[in-house]
Design a protein around this ligand. Structure first.
Ligand SMILES: [Zn+2]
Length: 453
């Protein structure tokens, strides 16, 4: 192909992307100069105390210098931002998302990206969806065509034979036995997924085979607990994470002989005592099993039930049951943290706002999750770590992400108030640095406003 023809094709392909391109021009600035914050308080989330009056230098996509203001050389062509009175934390991660459920139902595809970015969410772990769509988005994010977070993705769910909608079936690989489970892992690896997400319909034998194959293929496994598997067993089998707090109670509720009725969730909850849970959580800690409670997602079920009660009092007992379970779930997260389990912040949002869970929305709800973790007994520092340091450890990308340190990729959130005083201050976002690029408050607000159109 001649160079001229190649150039013509490139121009053509740029024009064919024009709607996305317009969007990109409003947000994507190429950050030609080094970026410097002076007089900022740095919360690096390593557990070290906040360090006031710091200067941080970002060049290209990385943090190249960090030290006391006055002690750090400022490059002479730099864009310098006086951040006195402000607080710098790492970019946040939502570790359980579904970005692509409804992507093909809207033109141009609806994305959660503006809401995520405007809320300081610079990374997500996508837990089941359309692999090719997300691959395309990743490419567009990488080349600056659109503004979005870093994405790790599972692609399709691996599940067992169970009742599911046609829509869900289109995103699912069904495995009926150990051999199919092993083959699914290999096939997903070949498709380029970052990890395997297994769902609750898989048989015990298939699950154990799948977990073993993931270890063999060095693929991380994320488990929505299969009904036939106990939670301790999944941890022992080497799953890297367990998803959703309610699966702890389900694990007890479903632990019945074949043909026997499952236990009532509240009865199962009473059986799941502090003593039992402490022993279980010690086991998670020992096995290195991360836990992803998605408390805010469960809370949305409580809110749904409360709305129903407003229409008909007959829903009252169900609503009270859910509320009681939710209160216990919050306690259990506190117990988990005290037992040394690595907890991850996540919302389980799906991309369609007002969709299956109206109270769970991209970006905004992650801040609710952090606040719930503090209610559960975490310190604000520990809560911050569930969305920064812990995700980086879990994804094995700590070398470049997860803290504010020299040498790391510059994904940073500048806050107007101290999140260590009040975790709710993570919402008070003044600016974002995304892959080294500065996005001022006005840019973030414009992103949200444009997305709302
Ligand atoms: Zn999910």
């Amino acid at each position: 192909m001649t160079r001229k023809l190649l150039a013509a094709l490139l121009v053509f392909s740029l024009f064919s992307l024009s709607p996305a391109l317009t969007f990109a021009q409003s947000t994507h600035n190429s950050q030609p100069k080094p970026l410097v914050f002076t007089h900022v308080t740095v919360i690096d989330v390593t557990g070290a105390p906040a360090r006031p009056d710091m200067t941080i230098v970002v060049s290209g996509e990385s943090i190249v210098a960090l030290g006391k203001t006055g002690k750090v050389r400022i490059p002479k062509d730099a864009q310098v931002i006086n951040a006195a009175g402000k607080f710098l934390i790492p970019g946040l991660w939502d570790m359980h998302t579904h970005l692509s459920f409804y992507a093909d139902t809207k033109q141009p595809p609806f994305t959660a990206f503006p809401a995520l970015i405007a809320n300081g969410v610079t990374g997500v772990r996508d837990m089941g969806g359309r692999l090719e769509q997300i691959d395309r988005w990743r490419k567009e994010i990488a080349d600056g065509t659109i503004t979005g977070p870093r994405i790790f993705q599972a692609g399709a769910y691996v599940d067992g034979q169970k009742e599911m909608s046609e829509f869900r079936a289109s995103l699912t690989i069904v495995v009926n036995n150990p051999e199919e489970a092993r083959r699914a892992v290999v096939a997903q690896k070949q498709r380029g997924v970052d990890f395997i997400k297994v769902h609750n319909g898989v048989s015990r034998e298939a699950y154990l085979a799948l977990a073993a194959e993931c270890r063999k293929q060095k693929l991380l496994l994320a488990t929505h607990l299969p009904r036939s598997v106990r939670v301790a067993e999944a941890s022992d089998a080497g799953t890297k994470s367990l998803e959703h707090i309610e699966t702890l109670i389900e694990s007890v509720a479903f632990d019945v002989a074949a043909g026997e009725k499952t236990k009532d969730p509240l009865a199962a909850m009473d059986e799941f005592t502090d003593e039992k849970s402490t022993a279980l959580f010690a086991r998670f800690a020992k096995n290195g099993t991360y836990f992803v409670p998605t408390l805010s997602s469960y809370r949305s079920f409580v809110q749904d039930a409360e709305r129903l009660v407003a229409t008909d009092a007959k829903y009252k007992p169900a609503a009270e049951g859910r509320k009681k379970l939710f209160q216990r779930f919050v306690q259990l997260v506190g117990l988990m943290q005290r037992s040394g389990v690595n907890v991850l912040a996540a919302t389980d949002f799906a991309d369609k706002s007002g969709g299956r869970r109206p109270d769970v929305s991209p970006g905004f709800t992650l801040h609710d999750e952090l606040a719930l973790f503090v209610e559960a007994g975490m310190t604000p520092m520990q809560a911050l770590q569930t969305a920064t340091l812990n995700p980086a450890k879990y994804l094995n990308i700590r070398k470049n992400y997860g803290t504010v340190e020299k040498g790391k990729i510059a994904d940073l959130v500048l806050l107007e108030a101290n999140p260590l005083d009040n975790i709710k201050n993570t919402r008070r976002i003044d600016a974002l640095v995304l892959n080294g690029k500065y996005l001022a408050k006005e840019v973030l607000q414009k992103l949200l406003a444009d997305a709302g159109k």
